[in-house]
Design a protein around this ligand. Structure first.
Ligand code: MN
Length: 249
């Protein structure tokens, strides 16, 4: 399976794999919609994406047992429940990205909200991890990080601080907003900044770190800080950079 097939299987076209023709871009009032063309085939039944590495490949930063349970039981569970929820809803013909954009805080949407979020968030998480990592961003992303945060080191400090502030279960994101600026934000549970009716701050995530205890507790117990320090050893900055470039003009 090549990278493109992997991304398709992962249902990850939502981050954008192609550039829309200009006339379509110009007709959009909201830049956040630029990638919807890539999302159109990403519909139910959703599938658990293949991991690009073995369960033990991220050791010692993430242990094999955590990876196996996290991927099969947690992400697998979200996919199963998402398909069930979609099937019982009016969202049958919607893509994952459309579902995320439309779910509300209404209780009736809870299953869709939690499981569409769970599927999207974990798919992004596996995608931006790489055994051994790529040490730092480069090119346009590095330039923008320097502009928006001062330096890569300052970005890491800001991101880690934000991740330590997650209360309960949630995610910490690096996103691109509609003005193509970067921002860091936390969301609760399986929410994410693509949930336009829910998110306090809207944008397209290009990097996400799972701050649920299930992501680190077997190895790190209560030491979330160590998990966050070590996650920076295994980030695939090439993928984050490419996610960034798909969301700027
Ligand atoms: Mn998780």
């Amino acid at each position: 399976m090549n990278k493109r097939e992997f991304l398709k299987a992962a249902g990850f076209a939502s981050l954008g794999l192609a550039i829309l023709p200009m006339y379509q871009c110009q007709s959009k009032s909201d830049d956040l919609e630029n990638n919807e063309e890539d999302d159109k085939d990403n519909r139910a039944p959703f599938k658990l994406p293949e991991l690009g590495f073995s369960y033990s490949a991220l050791e010692p930063n993430i242990d094999a047992e955590t990876m196996e349970i996290h991927y099969n039981k947690h992400h697998g569970g979200y996919v199963k429940k998402l398909n069930k929820a979609v099937n019982e809803s009016d969202y049958k013909d919607k893509s994952l990205r459309e579902i995320l954009g439309e779910v509300s805080e209404n209780e009736d949407d809870n299953d869709l909200r939690n499981n569409a979020g769970g599927h999207f968030n974990h798919t992004l998480f596996w995608e931006i991890l790489l055994p051994g990592g790529s040490k730092k961003p480069n090119g346009k992303l590095l330039k923008k990080i320097n502009e928006d945060f001062g330096s890569f080191e300052k970005f890491k400090t800001d991101f880690s601080k934000m991740a330590l502030e997650v209360f309960g279960s949630g995610w910490t994101w690096l996103c691109v907003d509609k003005d193509q600026n970067l921002f860091i934000v936390n969301t609760e549970n399986q929410d994410n900044p693509l949930m336009h009716k829910i998110a306090m701050k809207k944008g397209t995530p290009i990097l996400g770190v799972d701050i649920w205890e299930h992501a680190y507790y077997l190895k790190y117990q209560n030491e979330r800080k160590k998990y966050i320090v070590n996650i920076f050893n295994i980030i695939n900055w090439d993928v984050v950079g490419s996610n960034f470039e798909k969301n700027i003009k």
